[in-house]
Design a protein around this ligand. Structure first.
Ligand SMILES: NC(=O)c1ccc[n+]([C@@H]2O[C@H](COP(=O)([O-])OP(=O)(O)OC[C@H]3O[C@@H](n4cnc5c(N)ncnc54)[C@H](OP(=O)(O)O)[C@@H]3O)[C@@H](O)[C@H]2O)c1
Length: 332
């Protein structure tokens, strides 16, 4: 597996990272043994970046990762953890807490659940309007100094917020949704990250499965699968988005690759500072995704892909209206 360096101050990681979210939450039921086998297969294939969040399954995702790393060399994995989202006992969402005292508390629980003495990259999942980003990064910088975290990341923030944060302490990477059908970061966020020397860990590179080539109108989602509530997965939007996938398939198949592989390869081709996070929760999906790392897209390939799915072609927003309103990254 090739490697990429996250920003000018960050660690060198595998060119593809593995995101563990769907193994505990948001995409309906997952199989624990298969999840652990998938993490092992990823490590064996050379993936070193593992992304989790303390709120994914209310601690379940971190405990799963601890179990997967048992008997393995912890130092071969870079653990990226998101914090700040508040949950309730029914799995509901209760806003965000990124006050400095709360951050220390979140981290203490995370370290205990993970069974480790440090987190490699620690980041707020979302910001809250009542805590300036300078205070959040200041609190995280203290945790770096104390040795509890190695690097500071951010998630879904605007170019301006990234700049303010980076002035307090170097930011290793910004985690943001970026794919053939989510190209908003290209306007300001990606150029600013490049200028500042901040890496990008791209999530939703398959738009949560929508542009994986495996999604169909027949796929049934339970209420626990948050994709059933996403605008891009419903009604006419779904038909229009799947038509884009068909156009991508017409480019992938003659090249002997799959839709998922070409979609991931496109993100990889967008810059050496970008590391796609793969959301596979089964070994077969992981194997398919890993195939993307071996694809070299020519200028002609890239032009064909972008003609098939022009920027802005997606039908529907990437989150529902209420969640879009919380995204610092979507502010003008
Ligand atoms: N910072 C943030 O706000 C944020 C938000 C979301 C996610 N993330 C991170 O990003 C990671 C990636 O998650 P994502 O949902 O955005 O990823 P994604 O790659 O866009 O979607 C992953 C889903 O696509 C489907 N899929 C179909 N074929 C696949 C293949 N070959 N390889 C992988 N997945 C395939 C799977 O769903 P089925 O298993 O149902 O088929 C899988 O769960 C998460 O685990 C999390 O760590 C961060």
């Amino acid at each position: 597996m090739n490697t990429r360096t996250l920003g000018t101050t960050g660690p060198t990681v595998s060119a593809l990272g593995l995101g563990l979210m769907g193994m505990s939450d948001l995409y309906g039921a997952a199989d624990e043994a298969e999840s652990i086998a998938t993490i092992h297969a990823a490590l064996d294939a050379g993936i070193t970046l593992l992304d989790t969040g303390d709120f994914y399954g209310m601690g379940h995702n971190e405990l799963l990762l601890r179990d997967a790393l048992r008997g393995r060399n912890r130092d071969n994995a870079l653990i990226s953890v998101k914090f700040g989202a508040l949950r309730d006992a029914d799995g509901g969402w209760n806003g965000v807490d990124v006050r400095p005292a709360a951050i220390k508390n979140f981290l203490a629980y995370t370290l205990r659940r993970l069974g480790t003495d440090h987190v490699d990259i620690y980041r707020p999942a979302r910001l809250s309007p009542d805590v300036p980003v300078e205070d959040v990064v200041g609190a995280l910088a203290e945790l770096v100094k104390a040795g509890h975290i190695r690097h500071i990341g951010l998630s879904e923030v605007s170019a301006e917020t990234l700049r303010r944060a980076h002035a307090v302490h170097p930011i290793t990477d910004l985690q943001i949704e970026y794919s053939l059908i989510s190209r908003n970061p290209e306007t300001d966020i990606l150029p600013t990250a490049r200028e500042l020397g901040v890496g990008i860990t791209a999530y939703g590179v398959l738009s949560r499965g929508l542009i994986s080539g495996h999604w169909t109108t027949r796929r049934e989602t339970s209420d626990a699968d948050f994709r059933s509530h996403l605008p891009r997965f419903s009604g006419d939007n779904l038909d229009r988005n799947l038509a884009l996938v068909d156009a991508l398939r017409a480019i992938a198949e003659p090249r002997g690759v799959t839709v998922a592989q070409i979609a991931i390869a496109w993100v990889l081709a967008r810059g050496e500072n970008i590391v796609p996070l793969i959301g596979a929760r089964r070994r077969d999906r992981l194997t398919e995704a890993l195939g993307a790392a071996a694809i070299t897209l020519t200028e002609a390939d890239l032009a064909a892909i972008e003609a098939a799915i022009p920027a802005g072609a997606a039908a529907g927003t990437r989150y529902d209206e209420a969640q879009m309103a919380h995204l610092d990254s979507e502010r003008a």
